[in-house]
Design a protein around this ligand. Sequence first.
Ligand code: C2E
Ligand code: CA
Ligand code: CA
Length: 761
Amino acid sequence: MKSLFMLIYTLVAITLTFLAASAHKRKEGRYTEKLTNVLIWAMIAVLAQGVIVSATNAVMAEIGFSLFFISIDWILVNLLYLICTFTSYEMRYKRIAQIVLRTYLFVDTMFFLTNYFTRLEFNIERITRENQIYFKAFHQNLYTAHLIACYIISALIAFLLIWKIAHVTYLYWDRYIMMLVAFLSVILWDAAYVFLGDIIDYSVMGYAMAGILVYYNIMIYKPKLLIDHMLSNIVNIGRSAVIFFDADDDCVYVNEKAKDLFEIEDNDYGDCGDKIEHILGDTTIDRSLDYYDVICNTMLRGISFHLDVEYHLIEKSGKKLGYFFSIEDRTADIDALNREHYLASHDGLTGLFNRDYFYSKVKEVLDHDPQGEYYLVAADVKDFKLINDVFGTRVGDNVLMAIATAVKEHKHRDTIASRLTGDKFCALARREHFSESTLLQGADAISKIKGVSYPLVLRFGIYYIEDRSLSISSMIDRAFMTISYNRAEFKNRIYYYDNRIREERLLEKKLSGELTEAIVNENIKLYLQPQCTADGSVKGAEALVRWDHPEDGLLLPGRFVPLFERNGLIPVLDRYIWECAAKLLRKWKNEGLLNYYISVNISPTDFFFLDVYDEFHRLIKKYDIDPANLRLEITESIMINDIKRKLTVLEELHKEGFIIEMDDFGSGYSSLNMLKDLPVDAIKIDMGFLYNAGDMDKSKKILRMVVELAKELKMPVICEGVESEFQVEFLNGIGCDYYQGYYFSRPVPIDKFEQHMIQGG
Ligand code: C2E
Ligand code: CA
Ligand code: CA
């Protein structure tokens, strides 16, 4: 019997030693020392039991018992420390608790060590059973204290574990319950030995089991449920839908994202494989690869998705365990990217290519097709500025959008089209895709746009790309140049670039460079065209500029005035003409010719660059002339923008005594309203405009009405462009006051005017 126990105890001690050694070897830190201590003391306790059982005399038994009781103390205290760490319990008065525990250990150990002499803890008694000698400890008073201390510590340990169980999620329970059960079993077993008074302490055998359990629990056991839970949480945290398949292609797991993506309910993963095949579409994944990544564009539930599909093979020791797909919804990113690219390359309003992108596209197309024949088509809306100003930018925008729509509808799909700026559109078309009729059809479609009670005229400038050495911007320039050379048209028109335009352009450049010098050299000349009454008596004259060019002969204003209006040189010219006119009036004044006036033209651009009021104010002061003799001709186009400021200037001039005439009345977009708003004293009607328009009868009627209206407003009417006696008679008949035209005189140089027109001259 004894030897059986000896064997058991030895095995238990070896097991505990082994566990203690292996716990000690672990570098786990937090538990290592405490667990090792517990196991070593448990091993000592078992050895002590061995000594007790094998004791042949009282001294040996005495040593065994003392060692056993001491080791129980040490086991419990170290176990308490271990459990504190295990349950992450922060001892509140750690220092004090440690001192108390250490003191207890020291004192109790001392009592047991000295028990042989003091007999305060226990007495040894020899018992004979079945011819075997056993020793048994009979407890003295102090042992009760030891026992109470042990149970208090045990209760603390049990309490800590129960407390922990109550406070953690059920996923952790197994750890603590395992610990609690192991601990309580040993305690109960031990209590049974203590209270039943057995000779041999079987409960020590439980130490091995408990030790193994504790060791396993702390050092090896990882709660599977918890880890599953955590892993699946991690898989769910990511942006990806994850679908796992086993080696037999059966779906074994899908995360929440995948459930949402595939609309999976009740963990029914059956058709996941098919769903993935659907996403992949034409893409086939080589399943022998470890990894494969592809972006798939697919429709799910009628919505278009961009999905980033990753395939991962999982292997263990060269054998396929399974595989999983990680699918990330990149729809928002890719849409944003596309949008960004769209915004960077397209015009926000019309959706056509923007300028920069168009330039690069044209270059790309031409570079790729060096032999191809291409047209650059420029288009703009006649008087678009005016549409914006009169009808508002909303309507202006609508016009631009309508043009874009027409472009998109009518253009060939290979033709690239752009809105460069404002109302400037441009397209690059292959020769075989270009047709005039399509352009005009598109233009017609636009002319019917709602909300604009004004004829929308689209003009096209075509440049056939013959010179590939030109820069893209020069090519586009040529297309637009073609339009600006043909300004006066009033219906949709297509113009082709030719070398004449180029020469004109060169001439323009030349003239612009020569203007200042021409003024200094007095090559810019003031011509006068008389304004007279029906009987031919001259009342004044209109100042009309001529350029007496040393190489190109006498240039009419049509050659350079529109150019200088475009490039901003017109104020230089006008200031000079105004000065000439004022100087001449002064000369006439000196000669006693006080009743003749000169009308000068003011271009809208002048208001932009000059202080028009200041200029004229200065002139009448400088030459001391009557402002009423320096008349000012303005056209309706003056009112296109910045109306308020211009109105103030005109009103000030009017107050100062200048007479303001509305030139070319009826040629532009003159609304009768303007007569009401502007400080106008007289109106000029150009016969040419009316007669060119066709229907004579209608023209006459209009003339009659206009003259009548002017009379009503008490404004004199000057008729320009009068070429025949017949016209004079008619105009006289309807009440026209003054006449200007070839019938009376062409514009003539000053000296000629003075000689022939001025009475007494
Ligand atoms: P406008 O102010 O309407 O000037 C009248 C134009 O009609 C002049 O053309 C004149 O020669 C022309 N004309 C006069 N009588 C007849 C006629 O019986 N039949 C025809 N067919 N035409 C006639 P011009 O001198 O070529 O001037 C053209 C335009 O240039 C002017 O039109 C005016 O807008 C502008 N212009 C002329 N001189 C100046 C100037 O000094 N400054 C500015 N800003 N513009 C000027
Ligand atoms: Ca004029
Ligand atoms: Ca005129």
